[in-house]
Design a protein around this ligand. Structure first.
Ligand SMILES: Cc1cc2nc3c(=O)[nH]c(=O)nc-3n(C[C@H](O)[C@H](O)[C@H](O)COP(=O)(O)O)c2cc1C
Length: 381
């Protein structure tokens, strides 16, 4: 395969330089339908058995580009041509901001991992909206849902976060097919405090306000892998109360104990060492809610994807895995999924997901009945 050669050339560059170089090529394709056709022909799986439906939207396959790669929607038309069923663009904030000083991204190749402390460098929600609106009006805009991830502007105090999110959400509401509230980046001071208590209720209340004035839209919450059981209980209850549509689980971790060698850089850890922790959180979420789950964290191989689907995810995301695997990742995942579906005797992925959800609901039913019975007993007493 050619990618290991290309990767070793890219890995000679500083991570942000390599990212900029790759983005340069992808932005070129974004503006040239002929290049998009070539990419699609080379990299995109096209088997209808991989289609899935999630929070009311149709995806050509369950693999989604995770947030942070295309922060400003520079290459939004290119991601489906590389085989992604969707891309989550952003994180954008209401105010444009430069992010943290460089260097702020570090590879750990022997662990297939990355540490980053980018700090939401982005050109602002209004700029993303303008770029995405222009892209969507072109005849070659792909038929794939696009998500936009929204975070808090750094200069805004946590007490004023609600209004700041509202500004950013208003700017991107109509250009996104779905939205993700990011309260889980470790690189904006205080941001993770928004994952609980009154702050979270206030923030999630924005969604109702915006749905009333701007129309319905699927909205998900992206959480950290570092929440304990009680914090997960709280966050699930708040999301269900506010009528959100699901979770992206998880963002990067501030833990380092899963590394063989800690490079001593501050920031969020992603890639293979995050996988088991992110899967644990996904499983814990599924035990608490029936809302749709989008898995993120350490996903690289077909087996990684299958483990997330079996744990309850409907969509899966990759960022670091894509850096290490390269552009054939989507085809590789698609091939593995199709083989697995055939082995499982499922006609297609959506049929397998439906059967999984029915089996989960049946398994939940006796517990729910027992709980109802107990409540009745209590009332009788
Ligand atoms: C360099 C880098 C930048 C990132 N930027 C963002 C971001 O802006 N917003 C966000 O929600 N997640 C961001 N992430 C987190 C990813 O979206 C993803 O949730 C996380 O890396 C775990 O997935 P992975 O192991 O496939 O990388 C970033 C990750 C990396 C490596």
């Amino acid at each position: 395969m050619a990618y290991p050669l290309l990767r070793s050339a890219l890995f000679r560059l500083e991570p942000e330089q390599a990212h900029a170089l790759v983005m340069h090529g992808l932005v070129f394709a974004h503006h040239h339908p002929g290049a998009l056709r070539l990419l699609r022909w080379t990299f995109a799986p096209s088997d209808p058995r991989l289609r899935v439906r999630c929070f009311g939207l149709d995806f050509a396959n369950p693999l989604v580009l995770a947030a942070g790669f295309d922060k400003d929607a520079d290459a939004s038309a290119t991601w489906p041509a590389l085989g992604f069923g969707s891309a989550e663009l952003g994180t954008v904030t209401a105010l444009a901001q430069p992010g943290n000083p460089r260097p702020r991204a570090f590879r750990i190749p022997e662990e297939r991992a990355v540490i980053n402390r980018m700090g939401f460098n982005n050109a602002g929600a209004a700029a993303l909206a303008a770029r995405l609106r222009a892209a969507r009006s072109r005849p070659w805009w792909p038929d794939a849902p696009v998500g936009v991830n929204v975070g808090k502007s750094r200069v805004v105090e946590i007490e004023d976060a609600r209004d700041d999110y509202e500004r950013a959400l208003r700017a991107v509401w109509d250009v996104a097919d779905y939205l993700v509230l990011n309260v889980s980046s470790p690189n904006t001071p205080g941001l993770r405090a928004l994952q609980g208590g009154a702050h979270l209720d206030a923030l999630l209340g924005v969604v109702d306000t915006l749905r009333s004035s701007l129309g319905p839209k699927p909205v998900l919450l992206k959480i950290a892998p570092d929440l304990d059981e009680a914090e997960l209980d709280d966050v699930v209850a708040a999301v269900e109360r506010a009528g959100l549509d699901g979770f992206v689980a998880t963002n990067t971790t501030v833990r380092r104990d899963m590394l063989r060698r800690d490079p001593g850089e501050a920031g969020g850890l992603s890639g293979a060492p995050l996988g088991p922790l992110a899967l644990e959180v996904l499983t814990a979420l599924r035990a608490r809610t029936r809302l749709p789950l989008v898995a993120s964290g350490g996903i690289e191989t077909p087996d990684d994807v299958i483990a997330r689907l079996e744990a309850g995810a409907t969509l899966v995301q990759a960022y670091t895995g894509w850096i290490y695997r390269g552009p054939f990742m989507a085809r590789h995942v698609a091939k593995g999924l199709l083989r697995w579906l055939e082995h499982a005797g499922a006609s297609d992925l959506q049929a397998w997901l439906d059967a999984r959800d029915i089996a989960h609901a049946r398994a939940d039913a006796p517990a729910a009945a027992r709980a109802a019975h107990r409540t009745g007993d209590d009332q009788a007493r």
